[in-house]
Design a protein around this ligand. Sequence first.
Ligand SMILES: C[S@@+](CC[C@H](N)C(=O)[O-])C[C@H]1O[C@@H](n2cnc3c(N)ncnc32)[C@H](O)[C@@H]1O
Length: 292
Amino acid sequence: MFYSPLNYQGNKSRIVDRLLALLPDDVTCIHEIFCGSAVFSFASGVTRVSLNDINTHITDLIRYFHENGAEEIIGRADAIIGQYGLTNTFYEGKSRYPEQRHEGLSRYNKEAFNRLKADYNADKDIAKLFVLSIYGFNHYLRFNAKGEFNVPVGKVDFVKPLRDKTRAYCSAIQSKEISFSNRDFRDGALYRGVEQTAVFYFDPPYLITQAPYNLFWTEKEETDLLAIIDGLNAEGYRFILSNVIESNGKQNRLLAGWMGRYNVRHIHRQYLNSSYQKKNITGADEVAITNF
Ligand SMILES: C[S@@+](CC[C@H](N)C(=O)[O-])C[C@H]1O[C@@H](n2cnc3c(N)ncnc32)[C@H](O)[C@@H]1O
């Protein structure tokens, strides 16, 4: 298991051990084309990683963790928390803030969080963005068309498990040689001049599940991606593609029709029968598709 303090939507912490078991021993470099918080690359033993994501905010945060020590990052977060008067139950204890079950700490933090959000949107200080990601709803990193962070306050604060994850994530990141880019996955520059001993890891938005970044992912994007992967396969490159074939009654037929030519591992399969309407079967089928 390997966790990031960002709790990024769609991160691969839950299944990273299963994915890493697929990684061949002779891999010299991982190219993550939809890196998000890059849990797969950072949990791996591979030193050189090339990280790409269209979202510059997530790669800026990874850069922040790469360039600064964990204690410095935690110290800066605590200073911002104190400056804005957010709760910090790690130091203050929980008894000071009686919580309603459904609202957690949100009512204590709402006003301070909104002030921090306004200041971040004005100065774009990355240390503030990290604090916003901790105190924001579901740890979402969501921005409006003007590039402003627009997530409402969440229920939690900077608890011990998040501090521990910050230390583990920083130490994993700092052991890597990283190159960053923010290109669309169709940009040919991502695939030129790559050594044959590399592996490409693709964890794109999923057609049939929900996350803020899935809104712009359509069958057109999916088809373009599968064509790129076929092209890499024809050139002798190795790849791993994570995806979901079935989720809550929806099926990704495009992917299911394509994947038969490669190796498909069912990483996580779950079928749920609705108890009051037996015919209504929902399920989840999470796969890793490789050409090795
Ligand atoms: C499922 S998430 C990746 C999560 C990641 N594996 C992790 O562990 O955190 C998919 C990512 O694809 C990125 N993305 C969406 N459209 C993209 C595009 N056209 N080109 C490159 N990246 C894109 C999103 O910003 C998002 O971070």
